[in-house]
Design a protein around this ligand. Sequence first.
Ligand code: HEC
Ligand code: HEC
Length: 291
Amino acid sequence: MADHKKEIDNVTGVETTGHEWDGLKELNNPLPKWWLYIFYATIAWSVVYWILMPSWPLINSYTTGLLGYSQRSVATQEYDEALEARAQTGQELMNASLEEIQNTPQLLEFAMANGGAAFADNCAPCHGTGATGFVGYPNLQDDNWIWGGTLDDIAMTISYGVRSEHDETRVGEMLAFGRDELLDKEQVKTVSNYVASLAGLDTNPSYDMAAGKELYAENCASCHADNGTGLQELGAPNLTSPSWVYDRSVEGIVAQVNNPRHGVMPAWIDRLGETTVKSLAVYVHSLGGGQ
Ligand code: HEC
Ligand code: HEC
């Protein structure tokens, strides 16, 4: 290179770099001005950026920059703000009555979101994701309520449960007419056949309907009411509704009269707190069957 003389390319009149490959010579054209300026500008910008923003890694930390920006602090701040807004709405929800929640759009929206999420987490395993229930786990979408379908009734059921461990639990017990020999086999079948007629099921003509009616009045009406529509104070279901807790068939009725099943629903007030229970009550009430 030392003895390299300046050489001018004949065709273009431009100086060559002296590099040559297979007879092709490299021209020493300068870089375009616009390209150079952008290049210098990006270098200048990077220096400014290093000074202002977090950039260089150090051994245990990094240069934080004069502006003190960090994505974590931005995220934390946004999170704090969201939490505060939430806490404030939560507080308002806590102080509002169930009716007020239902009539205040902002509170209702919050309660529905909160209640929907809590339902999916805590209730769906027993009542189904769509709240339509399973045998033994009532449908919460229809307007047939064992324990009542007003906002207050629903909130009460959710708070303290049914036959739960809570002191204020809802309780109601059907007698085991068959097992405890309060009725003999024939009487169980006769009264069950009558109840089937109340439920709108096919009945067996070999059983005496009038005798069944009498057995019903003596043994069942105190809880399920004279016409079979049930008593919510006792948790005795409506036997004339198409939506039953258990097996809606003559065999199902016989089984229940012989050896009744009793559903258990946990109490939620201590586990979920008042705000979430209120949200759940509003949510369940809104599913369609609220009264
Ligand atoms: C372990 C199963 C289970 C879980 C979990 C459960 N429930 Fe229940 N739930 C029941 C049973 C069983 C009944 C029916 C009790 C009865 O037979 O009287 C019931 C009844 C109800 C009722 C009364 C229905 C009526 O017709 O009066 C409501 C309301 C209710 N549950 C809401 C909820 C909500 C809200 C949650 C979630 C926080 C929940 N349940 C979680 C089992 C459960
Ligand atoms: C002391 C009150 C009481 C008496 C008396 C009583 N029941 Fe019940 N019955 C209940 C309760 C409470 C339930 C609900 C059990 C549950 O939800 O787990 C029930 C449930 C039932 C069911 C199931 C309903 C469903 O939705 O699946 C049938 C059927 C029934 N009773 C029939 C009878 C008949 C027939 C008699 C009279 C021979 C009778 N009951 C007497 C309290 C009573």
